[in-house]
Design a protein around this ligand. Sequence first.
Ligand SMILES: Nc1ccc(F)c(C(=O)c2c[nH]c3ncc(Cl)cc23)c1F
Ligand SMILES: [Fe+3]
Length: 292
Amino acid sequence: VPAFCHPRMVVKQIHSKEKSEGDGAIMRRSIIGGPELKNLDPFLLLDYGSVSPPAGFPDHPHRGFETVTYMLQGAFADQDFAGHKGTIRAGDLQWMTVGRGIVHSEMPATRGTNEVLQLWVNLSAANKMIEPSYQELQEKDVVKVEKDGLRVSVIAGDCLGIKSPIYTRTPTMYLDVIMQPGAVFHQPIPEGWNAFAYILEGTPTFGTVITPAISAHLTVQLGPGDGISMWNKSDSVSRFVLIGGQPLNEPVVQHGPFVMNTWEEIKQAIYDFQHAQNGFEKAASWRSDPVT
Ligand SMILES: Nc1ccc(F)c(C(=O)c2c[nH]c3ncc(Cl)cc23)c1F
Ligand SMILES: [Fe+3]
């Protein structure tokens, strides 16, 4: 008996190229509104970074969306212009609803390799100018499902009956999936949602068609359907993040770290930031402290 009425299939596989971002951080940008992957609404980008000091992401603004920072290894220190400070360690999650504006810095907090995934989730027009807020979970509080060679960290949404406590204004599913050799995993994804996977290690198989060996740092876009079946037919561990979200179907105008619906609103965001007003008041005098 097939697991789903309309199993989703792989429709596109894109290798992410390395590019520098912020201050010397070498990143692999997996999805951007670029020509290759336009229709992944509500997602704006997924960045994989392997960052060592002195590189990092010094003081910079955001407006109009959410940043989801998930640490894979090492740690990052973040500080914002409202005095919010924290250290995000391996397995920790920071879901930052930027809304009307945040100025912050995100710097590696250990001398070694600090591996980070950052997803940008767009906000609806109605939510773009809401007050900023954070939802932060330590690794021990990220809900996990272990079953038959499967270990899923439920970052957002629910999996095998286990629900994340994270409130997602834009309905989102975000799973960190580790599959031992021979494991199988069937995950429902609501019809109409856009969905993709980003492979971190191994060669997992997605969909009923045996896709070619899939390698690390590959984005796999999934087509329409009500769920995805995955196997690990190899003899080594597979790890990937599986991400899906309900499209907003609104115009997207992005200028760096500002994402609004019209150019007018982008000009306003730039003006507000430069004149420390309309949500950027605290940007007037704030500078981040050096990370020890
Ligand atoms: N200057 C500038 C301009 C635009 C940015 F988006 C950023 C930025 O913060 C990041 C872009 N990818 C990322 N991945 C992980 C982390 Cl922790 C941060 C970022 C930045 F710094
Ligand atoms: Fe940032």
